[in-house]
Design a protein around this ligand. Sequence first.
Ligand SMILES: Nc1ncnc2c1ncn2[C@@H]1O[C@H](COP(=O)(O)OP(=O)(O)OP(=O)(O)O)[C@@H](O)[C@H]1O
Length: 239
Amino acid sequence: MLELSAVTAGYEPRRPVLRDIDLDVEQGESVGLLGPSGCGKSTLARVAALLHRPESGHVVVDGETVHDWRYRAPRELRTAFGVVFQQPRLSADPRLRLAALIAEPLRAVGRTGEIPRRVEELAATVGLGAELLARRPHEVSDGQLQRACLARALVLRPRYLVCDEMTAMLDASTTAALVAVVEDYRRESGAGLLAVGHDRTLLERWCGRTVHWSQLTGDRGGDRAQDLEPAGRTAPGTA
Ligand SMILES: Nc1ncnc2c1ncn2[C@@H]1O[C@H](COP(=O)(O)OP(=O)(O)OP(=O)(O)O)[C@@H](O)[C@H]1O
């Protein structure tokens, strides 16, 4: 289980974005996190994925308390997470062809022998053909690049997936395709999922449990219904 307890985190001393937040994701569970823009969802997702050190509180991953974040975290913990962000262009090295981008985590942990087979498997899973794999990020669409970023997030077979507005920039059919890839992986691997977004309908269809920001904060800071995106942008077939 991924356990966040009493997490306080932010970017400036004494001005936390999150205060005393508790959130659990069981293995095999899919949890949607819904809230208005700017409330701190991405910050919480980054703390959960060990990418942002909280000021206080605890993060426990399958019984192991986290003491270090980012590159200081032990490799075994870092590689337990696959993360997909909203804007693939900000998280993709523009110099890498898509095949190399998908293989990046395997290369980083020295498992280069697995690269050809895993890239081929995952390219098929996310729907990228050989011709696209040979292109660089500026030569593909946002949706194609996000497919590669999802493949990269899955390449080490993570125990937890954190999808931070993964589909916010995508059309309905690409959204449905990527959600299906995540769900197939989750069912087959037993991984836990934290999916962050604004789209209530999408998250409620996608996830077994949807948590509203106001439930995490006890209405401190307030989750106002009118700040949430209206239903209707949801991809068909994502239920
Ligand atoms: N790197 C940063 N440095 C300083 N402040 C930041 C940084 N990143 C985010 N913030 C601030 O922290 C607050 C929470 O931001 P965060 O991105 O976590 O919200 P969010 O709920 O994910 O928003 P959105 O739904 O719009 O993506 C915002 O006020 C934002 O301006």
